[in-house]
Design a protein around this ligand. Structure first.
Ligand SMILES: C[C@H](O)[C@@H](O)CC(=O)C(=O)O
Ligand SMILES: [Mg+2]
Length: 388
């Protein structure tokens, strides 16, 4: 039973000095300090439960997001949690339509990251009050209630609410078996932890052999700064993992469109499953051109960790611009907006492989992808996996 009035919203600036060891480094973010704007929501209910929500940030960027969280807090303070969840689409719309803050979005950038942190905390509190993990709250929710959390504005030309309802209805066939399977075996994952760009070859080798020993079968390597380095590192990792295991590459937006095609063609001998973020995350037609050029080489394009919102995902799908869709639990406006993207991906037949390289993202995104498998896609084909 959902209960309580939101009596307090606090936000902390949490940072880890990961740049010191090159952890999390890539061709664009060479000195990332993994960080989070960490929101805690309290109610006046006697149960003492709190909702915790985060958005992933890097170092000093956190200060700006914390400021935006404080600016948005009044939209939820003093509201009853029951009223919020009974009109979750409305509260999403309210936060994203703030008359003064929308101008510095809209539904993108700092204010959207702040929106995600607040909404993530509300979802966490709702799930806790129901006594369930988030994935189970979503799986058990009837389709109509689930859809009432989604803002279909701007996407109804690609996915109507009626189509989304049909997808969820279809997803109910076999869902109990899939839930049992998830509880018994978990969800397939890949690791990036061996091959951040700032790691030496020795570190890469050492971490890769540990990962192999631990049973990992899918590995992601950072590329994009220097072609000769990439060739050497990709050869090293491919030699270690052998021809059968899966290799992905991630360029973190480093290239122009023609440069991406040329560069990745030179890495094709290492048989990557995908090239991730080959160019600007805003360049939908650029991604489409890269997808088309790399298709004959058997290399797909993955993107999404910096896709602002459901509109960009809609257009990437409409333009055949990606073969692997990478939702991010905090870049989009939390669970509400992620649900719409999972449903669009299903309609377009594109597998979802969430982004999770960051503070708390692995923990958050597993709820979304397990829900996706049980209630939406019903498929593990084409490595719908996520990151260590
Ligand atoms: C800065 C982050 O570590 C980024 O490199 C993560 C990423 O691109 C991924 O996990 O994928
Ligand atoms: Mg990435």
């Amino acid at each position: 039973m959902v209960r309580g009035r939101i009596s307090r919203l606090s936000v902390r600036d949490v940072r880890f000095p990961t740049s010191l060891g090159g952890h999390g480094s890539d061709a664009m973010h060479t000195d990332p300090d993994y960080s989070a704007a960490y929101v805690i929501i309290e109610t006046d209910a006697e149960d003492g439960l709190k909702g915790y929500g985060i958005t992933f940030t890097l170092g000093k960027g956190t200060e700006v997001v914390v400021c935006a969280v404080n600016a948005l807090a009044h939209h939820v303070l003093n509201k009853n949690l029951r009223d919020i969840v009974n009109d979750f689409r409305g509260i999403y719309r309210q936060l994203t339509s703030d008359g003064q803050l929308r101008w510095i979005g809209p539904e993108k950038g700092v204010v959207h990251l702040a929106t995600a942190a607040i909404l993530n905390a509300l979802w966490d509190l709702w799930a806790k009050q129901e006594g369930k993990p988030l994935w189970k709250l979503l799986v058990d929710m009837d389709p109509k209630t689930l859809l009432s959390c989604i803002d279909f504005r701007y996407i109804s030309d690609a996915l109507t609410e009626e189509e989304a309802y049909e997808i969820l209805q279809k997803g109910q066939a076999g869902n109990k078996e899939r839930e049992v399977q998830m509880l018994a075996h978990g969800y397939p994952a890949y690791t990036t932890s061996c091959a951040w760009l700032g790691y030496s070859d020795n570190t890469l080798k050492q971490l890769c052999s540990v990962a192999l020993r631990d049973g990992w079968t899918r590995f992601k390597v950072k590329v994009g700064a220097d072609l000769q380095d990439d060739i050497r590192r990709c050869r090293l990792i491919r030699d270690m993992i052998g021809p059968e295991k899966t290799l992905m590459m991630d360029a973190n937006q480093r290239w122009d469109v023609p440069e991406a095609v040329e560069w990745v063609s030179k890495l094709a001998e290492f048989k990557p499953l995908w090239i991730e973020e080959p160019t600007s995350p805003d360049d939908i037609l650029g991604h489409a051109a890269i997808s088309k050029a790399l298709a004959p080489l058997g290399i797909g394009v993955a993107t999404g960790e910096q896709c602002h919102n459901r509109v960009i995902f809609k257009q990437l799908l409409q333009a055949n611009a990606l073969q692997f869709l990478q939702i991010d639990s905090c870049r989009l406006g939390s669970v509400n907006e992620n649900l719409s993207v999972l449903l669009m991906a299903q309609k377009f037949g594109i597998p979802v492989c969430p982004h999770a390289g960051g503070v708390g993202l692995c923990e958050l995104v597993q709820h979304l992808i397990i829900f996706d498998y049980i209630s939406v896609s019903a498929s593990l084909t084409n490595s719908s996996c996520f990151q260590d």
